[in-house]
Design a protein around this ligand. Structure first.
Ligand code: GLN
Length: 180
């Protein structure tokens, strides 16, 4: 984000959400992020800010936090994105991989870095699917990059590549939201 000219602040407490033009929920471990978000009183403030139109990008665990449900157990989720995710959908750490993925509307594919990544098992009608991957075992296709209004989510880690197109999308959403 800095390389694209954005000023970056870390969000650790609700007050850090106040002056943002856009927000990123990063990858990591969604149970840990969820637990800390509850502990620091961030769940409702995040939900309110996103509900009020603050553009947000969730990557990997961040996508899980944004989602409305998971297939396995319960954990704090914001319900900002009308999808149900399968955590660790590609398998264990050793099944982490990189592969080029085709994104709707882009002429060049991007490299998707999947690290114990989720995929989307079910998406609501308002969710625009920008990229999917095929499950080699079943041949079924699962969304891994989606947009719903001002909510953007990737199952992979765009920040681990030099490709800034996903982050640029977030910045254009922020610029558009400012004009409204
Ligand atoms: N497997 C993690 C989870 O379930 C996500 C991994 C990641 O963010 N790279 O939350």
């Amino acid at each position: 984000m800095r390389s694209l000219g954005a000023d970056v602040v870390e969000v650790r407490l609700p007050k850090h959400l106040e002056a943002l033009d856009a927000f990123i929920i990063p990858g990591g471990e969604s149970t840990t992020i969820g637990r800390l978000a509850v502990l620091y009183g961030l769940v409702e403030p995040m939900r309110d800010a996103i509900g009020a139109g603050l553009p947000v990008l969730g990557t990997c665990a961040g996508m899980i936090i944004l989602a409305s449900g998971t297939l396995e157990g319960d954990q704090p989720q914001l319900g900002a994105l009308d999808v149900v995710v399968r955590r660790n959908a590609f398998g264990r750490q050793v099944d982490s991989y990189e592969a080029p993925i085709e994104v709707a509307g882009w002429s060049e594919p991007m490299v998707g870095v999947f690290i114990r990544a989720p995929w989307i098992a079910k998406a609501g009608d308002d969710v625009e699917v920008l990229a999917s991957v095929e499950d080699a075992d079943t041949g079924e296709s699962h969304p891994v990059f989606v947009r719903q209004g001002t909510v953007l989510a990737t199952a992979f880690h765009p920040e681990l590549t030099q490709d800034t197109r996903v982050h640029e999308m977030l910045l254009s959403m922020a610029a558009a939201a400012k004009e409204d």
